[in-house]
Design a protein around this ligand. Sequence first.
Ligand code: AHR
Length: 504
Amino acid sequence: MRTASCVLDPAAVVAPVRRRTFGSFVEHLGRCVYTGLYEPGHPLADEDGFRTDVLALTRELGVTVVRYPGGNFVSGYRWEDGVGPRERRPRRRDLAWHSIETNEVGIDEFARWAGKAEVEIMYAVNLGTRGVQEALDVHEYVNHPEGTTLSELRRANGAAKPYGIALWCLGNELDGPWQTGHKTATEYGLLAAATARALRSAEPGLELVACGSSSSAMPTFGTWETTVLEHAYDVVDYVSCHAYYEEHDGDLGSFLASAVDMDHFVDSIVATADSVGARLRSKKKINISFDEWNVWYLSRFQDREPATEWEVAPRLIEDEYNVADAVVVGSLLISLLRHSDRVTAACQAQLVNVIAPIHTEPGGPAWRQTIFHPFAKTAALARGSVLHTRLDAPTYTTARHGEVSVVDAVATHDDESGEVVVFAVNRDQSDPVELTVDLHLFDGDLGVAEAWTLADDDVRATNTVEDPDRVVPHPTPRVSLGGGTLRVVLPPVSWSAIRLGPAR
Ligand code: AHR
């Protein structure tokens, strides 16, 4: 059997595990909000019309922060349409998704939902069709305690206390020509800086995210970030990254190595941001908010017939995920964890129905897609610090990413409990690999506390409404720890998580 190995050192710490790595995204797009989160009349809806089955799955997923309300949607959105008595809320065209927005759900409803889901809100303002004033207005509505027109309006609408939203996105993907209100880097950089300064005058401690590139394939990739940060470096905390991956033309080998692209994306943007910082002689570091990432069969969406009807909550981009997709999602999480020194927030896009780990049927059940599982296990198990995890492993050649490692892995270590968790993928399509992890630098006796593997003879297997648990993680069949060495057999096209605890 082929082998891979690494030595773990508790002193070789990358950074703390950031709870915000396990973020998600709710956009007014398709059925993410309507018949996803919110479906009054559903047998499991609560008094606010929220689906309790989706709330339970959201908590199980381990989501910590949720970006809202878009996405492309936000670039044409008027936040005030979504507050006040429902019967007076306007119906609007949503140009981003060629849909009708009823505004039944707005920031007050979403904040209630977020409270029930126990997640932090990351709020995105519209810098497509709007600007500084509207960003200040929504901030006054959600965060100002009382005594002003908009804070009193929120109180009159039922929220006596401010929402205390700390994390704000200054627009969405304004580098993209598809974006309503698309801008040049200079236009956007000036607007983002002006908006950031104004928001900081209202509340100095806000954490602000400037839009970075909407993908590493954008022609302005790198130069966009440079220009935007030249204008906004001092007043923002984060630059965003967005990346979606899919299998192109049956090239599973390249697809399974998608995290190589994510690694490169993060390293490039860190270098770009640091070079701007160096030129500005700034001591400050800009972190990365990877606030849209996932597997998305985008080419299928782009090849579809354009919509002609204007519908409320149409079925849009409801990708059904398979085993290989779940392995890629697990490996993207490995990449995000590995970069925890600079990626300090991340959002899987999206939460429900739209390229999502949770799927629902209107009036019917909610279930876990395959990609739910690596996310939920990683969010539950990663604790303490991320350790440098340098692997010695065989490689293979891919069309898209060149020579890549067959095995990828990252480990976390919780000083308090003494636990070590190893997350690993095997990208080989036919052969297992035995991974050995040298743990002799750790104090005390460790034992295998739990070990999970997601793999299947059919890498195209999916979870469906008829068979919602067709693909789930199973206890890892071949794993042992002895003499300070972990040995685990990683099946072909698999994702695994092994938690090692002090022997009891
Ligand atoms: O997540 C789907 C869409 O992808 C978002 O609306 C947009 O920001 C990105 O292009």
